[in-house]
Structure formats: C-alpha cells, structure tokens
Design a protein around this ligand. Structure first.
Ligand code: HEC
Ligand code: HEC
Length: 291
C-alpha cells in the first residue's frame, strides 16, 4: 500500500481511495449500493423495535422485559397446555369408550395405543421388557400364546387385578409343588418331564416319556388338559407349543414340576386409573396375538 493523494481512475472516472496493491491495482472509492444501505437501516430499526417489545438486554438484576411481556417459558407452557387440552378430549373419550369402541375409531385407537405405550414403558417394561418380549418367568406379550387369555376383557382383568397378587379379585391358581412337597418321586418327575418334552417333540427317551404319560394323566391333565394344551381359566400353560414361560430344556421342566413355580404379576387397579388400564391393554393388544 502506498500513496496519500487521491486521484481519479482514468478508465471508470471514479475517484480512488489511494490504496494500491501489487503496484498497479487501485481501489475505487465507490459508495455502497443504495439497496444495501436501506436494508441496513431497516435492520437497525427492526432491532430497536425488537429491543422495545421483547426481552432483550441483561440488567444488573435481571433483564429488560419488553412491552409484550413475552417469555420463552410462558410460550412453552401455552404449548403444553394446548397439548393437554387436546389430550383431555381423547382421555374423556377413552374413559367412556369400551375396548370394542376404541378399535372402531382410528384416532382414539392411535391415542390409546400411544398413551398405553408410555404407561407400559414406565410400569411394565421393568418386568416384561422394553418391547414386551419377556424373559424367563415373565411372559412375552407379543406372541399368540396366552396364559390367562388374549381377549380384550381377559387382558384388562389380568392387568387390573394381577396374577397371584394381593388384590382380592386376583387371578389365582397353584400348580402343586410335586417335588418340594414329595407328591411325586424324583423318577416320576423325570418321566413326567420327558413326557412334557415329547409333546413338543423334544424328548430323547421314548420309554421314559411313555411312563410319564401315565403320571401326567393322573397328576397334570386336570390343569394342563388331557393333551397338554393348557387351560386359560387356570393360567396353566399350553405344554405342546414349544413356547416356554420358564424354559424348555429338561432341567427347567423338572424344576417347574418340582417347585410348581407360581409367577406373580401385581394388580394395577388403584395404581393406574381405569383409563390408563384401558390404554395399556389396548397397547398390549396392538402388539399382536390378541383375540
Ligand atoms: C413385577 C413384575 C411385573 C410387572 C411390573 C408387570 N408384570 Fe405382567 N406379568 C408378570 C408375571 C410374572 C406374569 C406371569 C404370571 C404367571 O406366571 O401367570 C405376568 C403376566 C402378564 C399378562 C398375562 C399374559 C398371559 O399370557 O396371559 C399380561 C397381559 C401382563 N402381565 C401385562 C402387564 C402390564 C400391562 C403391566 C404394566 C401395567 C405388567 N404386566 C406389569 C410380571 C409383571
Ligand atoms: C393345579 C393346576 C396344575 C397342575 C395339577 C399342574 N400344573 Fe403345571 N402349571 C400350572 C400353572 C398355573 C402353571 C404356570 C405357573 C406360572 O405361571 O408361574 C404351570 C406351569 C407348568 C410348567 C411350566 C411351563 C413353561 O412354559 O415353562 C410345566 C412344565 C408344568 N406346569 C408341568 C406340569 C406337570 C408335568 C404336571 C403334573 C406332574 C403339572 N404341571 C401339574 C398348573 C398346574
């Protein structure tokens, strides 16, 4: 850069700033375009207006609140309230609806399923798993296999009153503790287990399975059915479908017969309101396998 006296550029006829680069590159002293200047002034006016109406400047003990009294918090609360109001409408509708009604109203069904999913995530997934896939002792709720029945009203009853729970209306049944209470001898238990495995083609000892058939007919069929297909009124599982609550290897089946198991599902009536129970039942049905 060099030069102090201003000159006029011969080609454009515009005065230069006197700044020169690389020996002969001279800077012309062109004013900013008008549109640019007006936009700039408009921005300044906008900013001042903004400062006046909205909260803007920090002060010693707070901030300038602006003429409109706007706050992000209040705006968020308004949105939350609008959401609640929209929900309240569905909540009321769901409270009055039967589970049959819910199925015929797509919007209500969508609300109930979403609401039920959130109820499930908080209250049920610790035992049944995030996706209701279950784990040993905790039934998978996605499949078509129901201990206590998969009709909507069955599911509502199970959830509301629980299974072997402390509620007076709980679902209840108790498989005898054939081993622990010495109802059967260890060989009989082993044979019965072989027979149970044979029902899903998993037995490796034909002779034992045949002996076990007699044990089964006498001690087990009353609950699990003559053919071992289960009885939902008693929560006695189907033993023929290769879906196991506790496990389908010989050791697990023997343990089930020895101890009688007796899984406990808490009652939710009183902890969840009827609408939430309806919603979570709707969600469970939506997982599939419901009748
Ligand atoms: C403390 C653990 C626990 C919690 C929490 C729990 N469950 Fe269960 N649930 C169980 C057990 C264990 C069983 C199986 C009981 C049995 O052996 O008969 C069960 C059974 C069920 C069944 C019956 C399945 C069938 O095949 O008939 C349904 C439906 C069910 N639970 C839904 C729920 C819902 C919905 C929630 C949340 C509101 C929930 N459970 C919370 C432990 C739990
Ligand atoms: C009074 C009814 C009753 C009788 C009798 C009974 N069971 Fe059960 N059984 C049940 C119930 C109820 C369950 C489910 C327990 C639970 O959910 O925790 C069950 C569970 C089982 C299981 C576990 C199944 C699984 O999916 O993991 C096996 C195996 C079984 N029983 C075999 C037998 C055999 C073998 C006998 C006869 C020696 C027998 N049961 C007699 C009611 C009965």
């Amino acid at each position: 850069m060099s030069g102090h006296h201003k000159e006029v550029d011969a080609v454009t006829g515009v005065e230069t700033t006197g700044h020169v680069w690389d020996g002969d590159l001279k800077e012309l002293n062109k004013p900013l375009p008008r549109w640019w200047l007006w936009t700039f002034y408009a921005c300044i006016v906008w900013a001042i207006g903004y400062w006046v109406v909205y909260p803007a400047w920090p002060t010693m003990n707070g901030y300038t609140e602006g003429m409109w009294n706007w706050s992000a918090r209040a705006a968020a609360m308004d949105e939350v309230k609008a959401g609640h109001d929209a929900q309240a409408q569905f909540r009321d509708e769901l409270a009055k609806a039967t589970l049959g009604d819910v199925k015929t109203k797509p919007e209500l069904l969508r609300f109930a399923t979403a609401y039920g999913q959130s109820v499930f995530g908080t209250n049920c997934s610790p035992c049944h798993g995030r996706g209701a896939q279950g784990s040993p002792g905790y039934p998978n709720l996605n499949d078509d296999d129901w201990l206590w029945g998969g009709k909507p009203e069955d599911i509502v009853q199970t959830i509301a009153f629980g299974i072997r729970s402390d509620h007076k209306d709980t679902r209840i049944s108790a498989m005898p503790r054939f081993g622990m209470d010495s109802v059967l001898k260890p060989e009989q238990i082993s044979d019965a287990a072989e027979y149970v495995l044979s029902l899903s083609s998993k037995s490796t000892d034909k002779a034992a399975a045949e002996r076990g058939a007699a044990v089964f007919a006498e001690n087990c069929a009353a609950c699990h059915g003559e053919k071992g297909t289960g009885t939902q009124e008693m929560g006695a599982p189907n033993l023929t479908d290769a879906i196991w609550l506790y496990g389908g290897d010989k050791a697990m089946v023997v343990e089930s017969i020895q101890t009688g198991r007796g899984g406990i599902m808490p009652a939710w009536k009183g902890r969840l309101d009827d609408t939430a129970i309806k919603a979570v039942a709707t969600y469970v049905q939506s997982l599939g396998g419901s009748k």
